[in-house]
Write a protein that binds this ligand. Sequence first.
Ligand code: AMP
Ligand code: MG
Length: 402
Amino acid sequence: MISIKEAENIIRQNLPVRQIKNLGMDQLPGRILAKNIIAVEPSPRYSNSAMDGYAVRWSDIKTASADKPVSLSLTGESQAGVPFRGVLQPGQAARISTGAMICEGADAVVPQEETEVQDAVVQIKSAKKQHQHIRFEGEEFKSGAPLLTAGNKLGPAEIALLASQGITMVPVFHPAKVSVIVTGSELVAYDRLPKPWEIRDSNSPMLQTAISMAAGEVSHVARVGDDYDATMNALQQGMAESNIVIFSGGVSVGPHDLVKQVSADCGFETLFWRVRQRPGKPLFFARKDGTLLFGLPGNPVSAFMCFQYYINPVIRYLSGESFERPSTKAQLAVPIHNKISRAQLFRVTVDRESKPANPQVYPLEKQGSHMLTSLSDARGFILLDVEADLAAGEMVDVYPLY
Ligand code: AMP
Ligand code: MG
């Protein structure tokens, strides 16, 4: 049996190569950019007005004040989307709206509030400086300027920037395609009534949710009984459609635990089986070329904790994120002593209210690997080393559950 650290290292050494794919706008949210993006157009695209007001020639108005207004003749309008076609001559002004193109000849904008209009005459009552209230073409950035960097996560702002540049296909890391195969002759779909000796399959909805929340793509889901041929068929189909195949159940030592055998017969190389941990001792890991296979124990808590600890970082890595799992420091409210000879992924709650500056960590009383409430009641987990003997007040790393 290997340690948690050894298992992590083996997984790290077998990470598949990240794939890059050009995706269209509607598939970008939350994805991670795989290449740097440079500007193909300047921003603003054309010099335009920052205010609703009048486009003028600075030399005409530079002496204007409330006491000595300057009168100009109103000669036309530049509207957002409908530019003024002529050239502004000395003594002339053109009405202009925010965002409208600056007319040729104009080199300042006077806001509406600093003018008075009667018939076709505009009185300018204030002048601050040449180029006032003009947003110049390229003043934010020029063509060729760096806009976004590989590794950036694409949120609303990044997507708006890409859209403003007309960049429609964007290179991002392709999310991991993940298959879920749950095994067990005792399982029925969650929307079916189980016979007294059957149980509902809660692992496939759980794992599908966990994959989606890790930004992976669920590519194939199957449920099979403890049957060699059915398990083999499901694996072959899963392999064809994914980078990662996750089995639930069937990795222990019972006569009906077939996943290890099927995996080997399908050409997968076993990289480890069994980790000195609770929950999830029978965790199984194998690889065939670029496809990883994880065999999770069937107990829901074991399955989830193994997913979260070992598989979630792989899925996040393939989608372009760091392999390191995030954690926060918090203080143990009570002592915890690890009484078993395996490390534990120990579920805890975190009280952030009583001492907001110093969140307090409490272990969950019920840690049974068949008890789903030990997940739904938990806020995170801590890694309890073999022989850990932690005192109240110690700071620990708390990993979020998802
Ligand atoms: P196994 O690892 O196949 O020995 O399964 C261990 C236990 O986990 C079984 O006795 C079931 O009670 C439970 N289990 C297995 N698969 C599932 C599943 N898909 N959903 C819920 N519970 C399961
Ligand atoms: Mg089973």
